[in-house]
Design a protein around this ligand. Structure first.
Ligand code: PEP
Length: 248
């Protein structure tokens, strides 16, 4: 695990102001676990409000547009997310890739927009069940990364990668320890090719897909796993803090 593991909650399209108390509870408890970096990505509508509630944890966005501004009704630019209080943005989540037809090329553009605005990026990658069954998981995931990783001035600060097998998201299924270790090691290899060994060692690689309090420690103890990206189990402070504790 990284020197400072990173546990990030992705609230997806969940949350109204009634959920601010969960963010507050997560923040207060996280102040006791400074060894762990904790962050939440609420929906756009709550970024500002969550940012006002919390002192310790990071706040981020779940997406941004590839353009800095303009005629894009309903979209949010990286600068707008930053202005609302986001410090990072999740890009390339499989739900964006599937539901909004996002290609690696578009994700590369969004990454450039995010970095230009001064946001850090959590870049998601992951294969479908069919791709894994066909024995092509590694080739596919490394291809996603090679197609979207940009040149960076400070890769250690700017970038986090999240490996999220699509078939593990929200299903209760988790890859074997061997499969997670192999994929994270292969991802580290691509980061080395692109950014050199020192940077690659320091860039955190998160695992995401059905992480819960009761499997988190086992996953976080695996080689090259530096934290977790958590969906469903980040929606209540009680569940999410169980995962944060596993990283302490
Ligand atoms: C996610 O969608 O990023 C995710 C990991 O979801 P869950 O934890 O619910 O599987």
């Amino acid at each position: 695990m990284a020197e400072r593991p990173y546990i990030v909650g992705n609230w997806k399209m969940n949350g109204t102001r009634a959920m601010l108390s969960e963010a507050r509870a997560i923040d207060r408890a996280s102040q006791r676990y400074m060894k762990v970096e904790v962050a939440l990505a609420p929906p756009f509508t709550l970024i500002h409000a969550v940012g006002r509630e919390v002192e310790q944890i990071g706040v981020g966005a779940q997406d941004c547009h590839a353009e800095p501004d303009g005629a894009h009704t309903g979209d949010i630019s990286a600068t707008m997310a930053l202005d609302a209080g986001a410090k990072f943005v999740i890009l390339g989540h499989s739900e964006r890739r599937e539901n909004h037809d996002e290609s690696d090329a578009l994700i590369a553009k969004k990454m450039a927009a995010a970095f230009d605005a001064g946001l850090r990026v959590i870049l998601c990658c992951g294969e479908s069940a069919e791709t894994r069954e066909a024995g092509r998981a590694e080739e596919f995931v490394l291809g996603q990364l090679r197609a979207s990783l940009p040149e960076l001035t400070d890769p250690q600060q700017q970038l986090t990668v999240a490996y999220e097998p699509i078939w593990a998201i929200g299903t209760g299924k988790v890859p074997t320890a061997g499969d997670i270790t192999a994929m994270h090691g292969a991802i580290r290899g691509v980061l080395k090719e692109r950014y050199g060994a020192d940077n690659a060692e320091a860039i955190r690689i998160l695992y995401g897909g059905s992480v819960k309090a009761d499997n988190a420690r086992e996953i976080l103890d695996l080689p090259d796993v530096d934290g977790a990206l958590v969906g469903g189990a980040s929606l209540t402070a009680e569940n999410f803090l169980g995962i944060v504790l596993a990283a302490v």
